[in-house]
Design a protein around this ligand. Structure first.
Ligand code: SF4
Ligand code: SF4
Length: 330
């Protein structure tokens, strides 16, 4: 079972004597944050129990969407320097005041995005691909194209160097384009600060965001876990990387949770001519380190740090062998 991260509101007597110790005693729970309106009391309870975060009110706590959704920005403690809105691609909208319900737009739409209900025509924004056919055929000028905020791009400073990142709003589409913008900005930023390497934490799968994240990279590190679908998933992402001529290597995370499957991954990699750059063992220190908002390279476990170190050395060696095809590697 995954570790459940908990935020607890209130540091009164029952919280101190019963609830907080109970949460801490559960193997599958991490107490990530407390909220308490009395600052001194809150700080004392936080320090006593070693809770990573403290908030002055439950509103702040409930507004923290990362309580159980870790990502790189959470771990590297960024200070935001700049942000920019990311707008969605255009979608059509019909002005009911102008529409005379002739149906020409419905007929022209190849994506079945225009619906006729009770004699009025509407656009389904999820299905609309923004091709503008309806705009051109409408005799009443009743169709307009609209853009909406879909997310934000951010540039931040971290103790480990600049970080370029982004949020796509829930339900918003076209993360491939947003990923491309982040990657382009990362490259630009790397040139500005003289960095010779860009590390891109790519999304899972083989879809548009993965392709956007891996375009133009020098090396791809495929991170797998010893599960039933591991080889199938690895083969697919390896196929996508091959298509773009990106050399790959493999890392097996939590390899010792299923040694048999890990051995299968190693055999598959060997047949495919892929190097295994590292096998990271399962260790309960990892979630503890992440809860403390630290990267796993700062993990107390020597096994974890040693595995990360070996992976990093392999990556540097491979990059050195590649030479320097671009001013900035990624
Ligand atoms: S813009 Fe294209 S896809 Fe969207 S509703 Fe109009 S015709 Fe259909
Ligand atoms: S083509 Fe224009 S007028 Fe005709 S149904 Fe569509 S929006 Fe309405």
């Amino acid at each position: 079972m995954e570790t459940v991260r908990i935020g607890y509101v209130g540091c009164g007597m029952m919280a101190q004597k019963v609830h907080i110790p109970n949460i801490i005693s559960l193997d599958d729970c991490e107490l990530l944050a407390l909220a308490e309106v009395r600052p001194q009391l809150g700080r004392r309870v936080q320090e006593f129990h070693g809770v990573p975060r403290m908030y002055a009110s439950h509103e702040e706590l409930s507004a923290d969407a990362d309580v159980d959704a870790a990502n790189l920005a959470i771990l590297v403690d960024p200070s935001e320097e700049a942000r920019e809105d990311f707008v969605s691609p255009e979608t059509a909208a019909i002005d009911p005041e102008r529409c005379v319900a002739c149906g020409a737009c419905e007929e022209a739409c190849r994506f079945d995005a225009i619906r006729n209900g009770d004699g009025s025509y509407r656009v389904d924004p999820i299905s609309c691909e923004g091709c503008r056919a309806c705009l051109h055929v409408c005799p009443e000028d009743a169709v307009r194209m609209e853009k909406e905020p879909a997310g934000i791009r951010l540039r931040s400073r971290t103790p480990y160097g600049p970080l370029l990142h982004a949020h796509l709003y829930p339900g918003a589409e076209n993360s491939g384009k947003l990923v491309s913008e982040v990657r382009r900005e990362a490259r630009q930023s790397a040139k500005e600060v003289g960095a010779d390497l860009i590390l891109i934490d790519g999304p899972p799968g083989i879809g548009c965001p993965v392709i956007a994240a891996s375009t133009g990279v020098d090396l791809a590190l495929l991170v797998s876990e010893p599960t039933l679908s591991a080889i199938h998933d690895l083969a697919r992402v390896r196929g996508a990387a091959d298509h773009f001529d990106v050399p790959c290597a493999v890392v097996i995370n939590k390899w010792d949770l299923n040694r048999e499957r890990s051995a299968e991954i190693e055999r598959w990699a060997s047949l495919e001519g892929l190097e295994i750059w590292g096998k990271i063992p399962y260790d309960r220190e990892v979630p503890r380190t992440l809860v403390m908002r630290r990267p796993i390279t700062e993990c107390a476990s020597e096994g974890i740090r040693g595995a990360c170190d070996a992976i990093w050395k392999s990556a540097r060696r491979a990059l050195d062998e590649l030479g320097d095809p671009f001013p900035t590697r990624s």
